[in-house]
Design a protein around this ligand. Structure first.
Ligand code: ATP
Ligand code: MG
Length: 243
């Protein structure tokens, strides 16, 4: 699963970290691939970026085996392929390569940068599906149609299995009229694709990363953590029903 939206700050990293923590607690072994040079999901799991030796960059540009780059985290069943500053250069180096969108195919990508460059295209070529977090604010829907057509194009050119996994409404604030409007509009456009679970705006979710912890560990009973636990269940249930 790739978690993507070219819009910045919509909750991609928060979703990735807490979904991983939830899946891990549910007994699923999972691998988080930090494909964003900002490295927020790397530091959010308590890994110091300065200690990183092998990163997603090496997977993208050097045919390094994923197993070489995997780090174990303190969190149950959650492993990580970390980001590094060099990842920013991958965008430029990849342009030179032949199979430039296929470099991650053997690995597993999750946290995408807020851009539609070659790193995100690699994520889309390597994944089976995409989760799109949407912040319940003005302009939320702008860019969504572009993102959908990029996914369609990837499906045609590189990855026939890719599909939209679901749209996740994040930073929901019931007091704001606008929030409800965004919710209605998204549900009109994508009736079957919006997760029932909605992530509320919750300060514990934003505090957890500075402690290098998923909110699910930092404060498991907070509203934000409970919402991400619900999301984990919703996703697991869907996969069970598919089998
Ligand atoms: P980028 O595009 O820069 O990678 P992103 O899409 O990964 O950003 P996050 O880093 O997850 O977005 O979230 C942006 C900011 O909002 C962060 O400071 C995060 O802690 C905060 N945040 C995310 N979700 C919530 C929420 N539900 N309630 C309150 N704050 C949140
Ligand atoms: Mg991020």
């Amino acid at each position: 699963i790739a978690v993507a939206n070219q819009k910045g700050g919509v909750g991609k990293t928060t979703t990735v970290i807490n979904l991983m923590a939830g899946l891990g607690k549910a007994g699923k072994k999972c691998l988080l691939v930090d494909a964003d040079p900002q490295g927020n999901s790397t530091s959010g799991l308590g890994i110091n970026k300065r200690d990183v030796r092998h990163s997603t960059y090496d997977l993208l540009t050097r045919e390094e085996r994923a197993s070489e780059a995997i780090l174990h985290t303190e969190y149950k069943n959650v492993d990580l392929i970390p980001s590094s500053m060099e990842l920013a250069a991958a965008e430029i180096e990849l342009v030179e390569l032949q199979d430039r969108t296929m470099q991650l195919r053997q690995a597993l990508v999750i946290d995408c940068p807020p851009s539609m460059g070659l790193t995100t295209l690699n994520a889309f070529s390597a994944c089976d599906s995409v989760i799109i977090p949407i912040q319940c604010e003005y302009y939320a829907l702008e860019g969504l149609s572009q993102l959908m057509s990029t996914i369609k194009q990837v499906k045609r050119l590189y990855n026939p299995v890719i599909e939209l996994e679901g749209i996740l409404l994040t930073m929901y604030d019931r007091r704001l009229k606008l929030t409800e409007q965004v919710e209605e509009e998204v549900k009109t456009h994508f009736p079957d694709k919006v997760y029932k679970t909605i992530i509320p705006r919750n300060v514990r979710l934003s505090e957890a990363p500075s402690f290098g912890m998923p909110a699910l560990y930092f404060d498991p009973h907070s509203r934000g953590s409970r919402a991400y636990q619900e999301l984990t269940k919703e996703i697991l249930k869907k996969y069970r029903n598919q089998k």
